[in-house]
Design a protein around this ligand. Structure first.
Ligand SMILES: [Zn+2]
Length: 327
């Protein structure tokens, strides 16, 4: 009855009065889950997330597995970047859920939340804690690549470059999207003054998967980074003739011509590509919302999904990188 009265107030736009009716009701019958839920929903609608959180905690005291309360509290904590609290709610939600079908998705979300906790610990310089959290994240979803990348970054910060590379190589074996990992491995090889290692890797991959446009672009970009301009031009002209419409191929070939002293040909290609990224890094695209991003990130800047950014353009791979690693 109280709830329907407050609904009437709400329909009339009298939010404060609707909430007051419910709060008085909660004082009289503190054991009513329904009233606490209604307070939470009204507070949420009014944008008062603190009050909503408190009401939802009241719900959980009466009904510890209440899925609406757990889900909403989790989402409020995600919004506030309260990662460890968000992880605790997500764990309870998974404990009380019977739906096996949604299990993998829920596990991936838990892995993502723990990853964010790890990343903020790393940012604060708490490297041991960050490493432990990254490992825990991978226990919930072994294919959550961002946690491997973070682990590798922490190892690099500790001066353990070889170990940092080997974490990324292990991750390649289980990842569906190899390019962000390959770019990181390339950077680490160059920092370690071992660019030949990166070069060998790309060359072998291109040799075994000649249809892999992305891999050939990465090889050509590395030629440019290493001032091997002639080989870059050769590889890129071949690519351009095979798939001239590709934006990133045009940008790379334009840059190669420029370094080769062929300014006119470069200008022509840049004009075709219209837009130019400063460091010639590839564009990434979200596999969920299709938004473009200038660089790889753990989380899509547009839709907020985790681990969805892929190097742009159609996938043209014949096999997985893992085959090459094991060979
Ligand atoms: Zn997205």
């Amino acid at each position: 009855m109280l709830i329907s009265l407050s609904e009437t107030y709400k329909r009339e736009g009298r939010l404060a009065e609707a909430l007051e009716v419910l709060e008085n009701g909660a004082l009289k019958s503190p054991a009513s889950t329904g009233i606490h839920l209604a307070i939470a929903k009204s507070s949420e609608e009014a944008g008062d997330f603190l009050k909503a959180s408190m009401a939802l905690e009241d719900v959980l005291r009466l009904d510890p597995g209440n899925p609406y309360a757990l889900k909403t509290l989790r989402d409020i904590k995600i919004r506030e970047k309260g990662w460890s609290e968000a992880a605790a709610y997500q764990r309870k939600l998974m404990d009380s859920s019977r739906d096996d079908g949604a299990r993998d998705r829920e596990k991936t979300l838990l892995a993502a939340i723990i990853y964010e906790d790890a990343a903020s610990a790393a940012e604060d310089g708490r490297l041991d804690e960050a490493t432990t959290l990254a490992r825990e994240s991978l226990r919930h979803d072994p294919r959550f690549t961002p946690s491997d990348i973070l682990t590798s970054e922490i190892l690099y910060r500790r001066g353990k470059v070889a170990e940092a590379i080997s974490v990324l190589e292990d991750s390649l074996g289980k990842s569906e999207e190899p390019y962000p990992l390959l770019l990181k491995i390339e950077d680490l090889c160059i920092k370690k003054s071992a660019p030949d290692k990166a070069l060998d890797r790309y060359r072998k991959e291109v040799y075994t998967h000649p249809g892999d446009l992305r891999m050939r672009q990465l090889l050509a970009r590395l030629y440019l980074r290493l001032e091997m301009v002639g080989q870059a031009v050769e590889e890129l002209e071949r690519l351009y003739n095979e798939s001239g419409d590709d934006y990133y191929t045009k940008v790379l070939l334009g840059a190669a011509y420029l370094r080769n002293g062929e300014a006119d040909r470069a200008a022509l290609l840049f004009a075709k590509a219209l837009m130019l990224e400063g460091d010639l890094s590839p564009i990434f695209k979200c596999s969920v919302c299709d938004a473009a991003a200038g660089q790889w990130a753990a989380r899509c800047p547009a839709c907020g999904e985790w681990n969805t950014l892929e190097m742009g353009g159609p996938r043209q791979r014949g096999g997985s990188v893992s085959r090459m690693i094991q060979a």
